[in-house]
Design a protein around this ligand. Sequence first.
Ligand code: URA
Length: 176
Amino acid sequence: MFGEGNPVADIMLVGEQPGDREDLAGKPFVGPAGAVLDRALEQAGIDRSDVYVTNAVKHFRWEQRGKRRIHKKPTVRQINACRPWLDEEIAVTQPKLIVCLGATAARALLGAQFRLTQHRGEIVEGDGLPPMTATIHPSAVLRAEDDDREDQMAGLISDLRSAAEYVNARRVSAAG
Ligand code: URA
């Protein structure tokens, strides 16, 4: 499944892989994690229609449990196999900043050495790709314990706000 959004977006958001709802709809982040992402974007002052939203892995990997299709983490091989499509999306969109949502996207674009816990929110440049940064995946907010959920959400919003500030600052300096 391809991404969706503004084809000339300043910000590209990269998730892990489509979930059950996304697989059925053919669109990224339209299920429960998408609802968290939408709320976080709104709180960060980012209009979803201004960004391009996609995934590192282009298919839903799942296992059957009863009637439900349960998410399974993609393998490194699957991440690598999908990389050419992601590269094409980046080449066409040419975002000013790529925001990796969670460890899978960070692994795909920032490499196996990158540690989200240590380097989240930092801007990484180099390797012929646009500047990149990483934050938590919206589903981490859903998975958080009740007493931690608000903090996780606040962190996601704050990282997205910093991403918006970064591209806005570059837009201003490009214009001036
Ligand atoms: N989680 C993701 O990483 N991507 C989606 O599109 C939906 C849920």
